[in-house]
Design a protein around this ligand. Structure first.
Ligand code: DON
Length: 600
């Protein structure tokens, strides 16, 4: 069975806190007044998250991330005089220690920046496929897809997190790497007290963690780490120390790549072909792959929505293009039906469905395939797509096709600093604890990002995504992501909202829905995050909704429109967001998760 994924994003604009954690003197009423929304949204009776909860509010700066200790690391660096980029990198490293299920140095991600002077930048530090990777590496001799892209030694791309964070710090930070790594190093070397959330997460993944080498660290003496116990990670501390002292060379050359290559080869025969190795779960990563890894600077993707400007992540992530296309389709409706109605969910689902059809067919690593980004984000194309939406009927995915190609072709976090520099980042190992492979001696988990490629046309990956040839495996190629670190400017051009999420393709629909909730439904940030979500990714041709999140009458109407419907407990469990308000910034992490926003 394919594992559920997990992702983490960091939004850096100022500092924030989780629901109820801080409200820094601002009443809910004031916040609602700020948003122009007075009555609170209509959530179904019995919906598990209450409307009108307070967000964290702070006058100068805010950090929102999936792990309280990582948020604290960001605030520490801001208070010590660091800018939003310094703080974001500190959060990224701290997540690798305090949030091992998704925070990482063995994975990758994306960071989007808007400086106080209006300049924007985006860095892509997504993993890349090893040199020995090839298109059918997860197909066995009978033609069947194996699970080797999901767990085990063959599932990993070359990690990009350390290179990406070091490069962004060198270009836009103000502090040395050794200073921003300090909080993470302290957490790894001295340990920290395990809370109930981390204890439960580790216990739940016991079979995966102990199948490889994570047992001694996460199950000392064979026992589960309990809430209140101290987790010390000396091997990880040594790796962080090497990065602090030597920079990227401390991770990409010498000891760490050698340990990774050794882990890849463990228990595997040497005189076999790469195909045999990959389809039998043996790793193909080498030390040379590490030496070759480079992050890529990208031009942030820009579109507009009802007078707001949306900056988001371009390919190799599909996040920005797909969020942007869906919003452009919806923009053509002068107003959307009220939140919670079947008519609203019909329009939102129809826009997501169409944007995902294009995503799944056309997007991939821009260094390998030509992507018609301008066309996909044009208002004219959105109008064509919008014309295929019927007012009262679902359109089967099979009846829609992707735009023609022209020529050939997951933990979020955010920070805003006191000067107004803003960072939204998302990083991931893909599934919880990635491939499960823990690098002995180096103290970190390797990702299972190879599963984000199209392993076999027509066959869904662990997120049920059926993707195209654009995203086929090739050596040195980045696998298509759905991560969508996004920064929204208000019509006056001021930073308005920083947002990112986790949950594979649900990142796209969660980020888009929070934006719609704030802009169209005029919800407070807290309500926009708590509101029940839906998801449509074209295939399977189904609206997913959160159990208890749609009134039975509206569900019946959707069914009558011809939709297949399926409920699940949560959609997009870890959105993190920061919003500018009159008094400064409010920060909020998803009530579905356990992050924290805090600021000053
Ligand atoms: O890059 C992606 O789209 C996925 N690897 C993200 C994974 C994720 O969000 C896991 N979340 N539950």
């Amino acid at each position: 069975m394919r594992a559920a994924g997990i992702q983490l994003a960091l939004l850096l604009i100022a500092a924030g806190c989780s629901p109820g954690a801080h409200s820094a003197g601002r009443s809910t009423a004031e916040l609602i007044a700020d948003s122009g929304f007075h009555d609170g949204p209509h959530f179904p009776v019995g919906w598990k998250y209450r409307p009108r909860e307070p967000a964290a509010v702070a006058p100068a700066a805010m950090v929102a991330s999936s792990a309280p200790l990582a948020t604290d690391a960001g605030v520490e660096v801001l208070r010590a005089g660091g800018n939003a980029i310094d703080a974001a990198v500190a959060v990224g490293f701290a997540l690798a220690v305090a949030y091992p299920e998704a925070g990482n140095i063995g994975g990758g991600g994306y960071m989007l920046i808007r400086l106080a002077d209006g300049r924007t930048a985006a860095i892509d530090y997504r993993e890349i496929a090893p040199a020995a990777a090839f298109r059918d590496m997860y197909v066995d001799s009978t033609g069947a897809l194996t699970t080797a892209s999901v767990s085990g030694r063959a599932a990993s791309g070359i990690p990009g997190a350390v290179a990406g964070m070091a490069q962004v710090l060198a270009r836009y930070g103000s502090m040395p790497l050794a200073r921003v790594i300090e909080p993470a190093l302290r957490l790894a070397r001295d340990g920290f007290i395990v809370d109930s959330v981390l204890a439960a997460s580790i216990a739940e993944k016991r079979p995966l963690i102990t199948r490889f080498a994570g047992g001694p660290t996460f199950f000392p003496g064979g026992m589960s780490l309990r809430r209140g116990s101290r987790l010390v990670q000396p091997e990880l501390a040594a790796t962080l120390e090497a990065i602090a002292q030597q920079g990227v060379g401390g991770f990409y050359r010498g000891r760490v790549p050698q340990l990774v290559a050794k882990e890849a080869e463990r228990d595997c025969p040497t005189s076999v072909t790469p195909h045999w190795r990959a389809s039998h779960g043996c790793g193909v990563i080498t030390a040379e792959d590490f030496a070759r890894y480079r992050p890529a600077w990208r031009t942030p993707l820009r579109t507009t929505y009802r007078g707001f400007t949306i900056y988001s992540m371009p390919p190799s992530s599909s996040g920005g293009v797909t969020v942007g296309e869906a919003l452009n389709i919806l923009e053509g409706f002068p107003s959307l039906a009220p939140y919670g109605t079947a008519d609203y969910f019909h329009l939102a689902a129809s826009a997501f469905q169409r944007a995902f059809i294009d995503r799944n067919a056309l997007l991939g690593d821009p260094d390998f395939v030509r992507i018609p980004t301008d066309r996909l984000l044009s208002k004219r194309y959105a109008a064509e797509r919008r014309r295929t939406i019927l007012s009262d009927r679902a359109t089967p995915t099979a009846a829609l096709t992707a735009v023609q190609r022209e020529g050939t072709e997951t933990t979020p976090f955010s920070v805003v600093d006191a000067k107004g520099n803003a960072v939204s980042a998302t990083t991931t190992l893909n599934s919880l604890y990635g491939s499960g492979v823990y690098v002995r001696g180096a103290g970190f988990f390797l990702n299972n990002e190879m599963d984000d490629f199209t392993s076999q046309p027509g066959i869904p990956n662990q997120f049920g995504l059926i993707q195209g040839a654009s995203n086929a495996i090739a050596p040195g190629k980045r696998m298509l992501s759905a991560m969508a670190p996004t920064i929204v400017l208000d019509p006056a051009g001021r930073t308005f909202l920083l947002i990112g999420g986790r949950g594979g393709p649900r990142i796209i629909t969660s980020v888009a829905q929070v934006i719609l909730n704030v802009i169209d439904h005029r919800m407070t940030l807290a309500d926009a995050m708590s509101a029940p979500r839906i998801h449509h990714q074209a295939l399977p041709d189904t609206i997913r909704y959160e159990a208890g999140g749609i009134e039975p009458t509206e569900l019946a109407k959707l069914r009558a429109m011809g939709y297949a419907l399926g409920s699940q407990e949560k959609i997009g469990a870890q959105v993190a967001a920061i919003r500018r308000v009159r008094a400064g910034y409010e920060g909020m992490t998803d009530p579905r998760g356990d992050g924290k926003a805090a600021g000053y």
